[in-house]
Design a binder for this molecule. Structure first.
Ligand SMILES: NC(=O)c1ccc[n+]([C@@H]2O[C@H](COP(=O)([O-])OP(=O)(O)OC[C@H]3O[C@@H](n4cnc5c(N)ncnc54)[C@H](OP(=O)(O)O)[C@@H]3O)[C@@H](O)[C@H]2O)c1
Length: 262
């Protein structure tokens, strides 16, 4: 029988989709999380651990065939996490294939989180373990977030003249599971969503889907970050392979909210 797949961050936005896809394809799945599974909630095996302290990491990696690394601390802790995880993978009796999820355009856009992602890519690629790096564009959930975060405001701010190519986590999960099945690929082809749309327009669509009348105010982002974003730093037009559109995502989200309320 093939060895299980470990999903770090298997409780997160992408990780949950990866876990679902793996299970639907018949893979045995293990999740690394800092929290125990809530009582009564069904789901795969869970190892409790913390990638920034190293707690539980060796146990999580033991006997797995692949690690899909979806966990993120959304900051500096990611570098330490990547280091601890790659060491655990290297020290395993049969080192598993390590798949790291990264972001399109991280060398073009000088955001601090993107610098951290670049460092993590370097750690994964240089660790002497079987590896794959999969870069993707922004997830639909992330793009819909500014409108959610400014929920009470009659005016919602969005960066002016910035295009985005959002992708659904189910499309990313499908690719990641293909990589689990085909094995180490080094730098895999980038993964972009099906459409390029202005961020301000995506915010307007999110507001409309939520039945809100707030006005979207486009604000130019200053400095090098603004310039990089305006010149298409987040895009990968030649890899527009995602299938699920942002409007589909919004419609499904609206239906799910409606069903929960009725
Ligand atoms: N969001 C985007 O638009 C986007 C686009 C391209 C690539 N990516 C990349 O895709 C990956 C997944 O992003 P996401 O948005 O799905 O993340 P997310 O929803 O914020 O989930 C983060 C996950 O990380 C886990 N985690 C956080 N700190 C941890 C720690 N110290 N030890 C162990 N686990 C920890 C959390 O698990 P517990 O709380 O259960 O411990 C959670 O499941 C990230 O690498 C991100 O950079 C994101």
């Amino acid at each position: 029988m093939s060895r299980p797949t470990l999903v770090t961050g298997g409780t997160g936005t992408l990780g949950r989709a990866v876990v679902r896809r793996l299970r639907s394809r018949g893979h045995a799945v293990r999740v690394l999380s800092r929290r125990p599974r809530p009582p009564g909630e069904p789901g795969p095996d869970r190892v409790i651990g913390d990638l920034t302290t190293g707690e539980g990491v060796d146990a999580a990696v033991a006997d797995v065939g692949t690690v899909v690394h979806c966990a993120t601390t959304n900051g500096r802790g990611d570098v330490r996490a990547a280091r601890l995880l790659t060491e655990a993978v290297r020290d395993a009796e049969h080192p598993p294939h390590l798949v790291y999820v990264s972001i399109v355009g991280i060398e073009a856009v000088p955001l601090s989180y993107y610098r951290i992602k670049l460092s993590c890519e370097g750690i994964v690629a240089g660790a002497g373990v079987p590896w794959t790096i999969q870069r993707a564009t922004q997830f639909h959930d992330l793009v819909a977030r500014p409108a959610v975060a400014q929920r009470r405001s009659p005016i919602v701010l969005a960066p002016a003249d910035v295009d985005c190519q959002p992708i659904d986590v189910r499309d990313v999960a499908r690719r990641l599971v293909e990589l689990v099945e085909t094995g180490p690929a080094g730098r895999a082809p980038q993964l972009g969503g099906p459409e390029v749309i202005a961020l301000a327009d995506l915010t307007r669509r999110t507001l409309a889907a939520e039945g809100r009348r707030s006005r979207v105010l486009s604000v130019p982002l200053p400095g090098a970050i603004g310039r990089a974003l305006r010149s298409g730093g987040l895009l990968t037009r030649d890899h527009a392979v995602g299938e699920i559109t942002f409007d589909q995502y919004l419609a499904e989200r609206t239906n799910a909210t409606h069903e929960r309320r009725h």
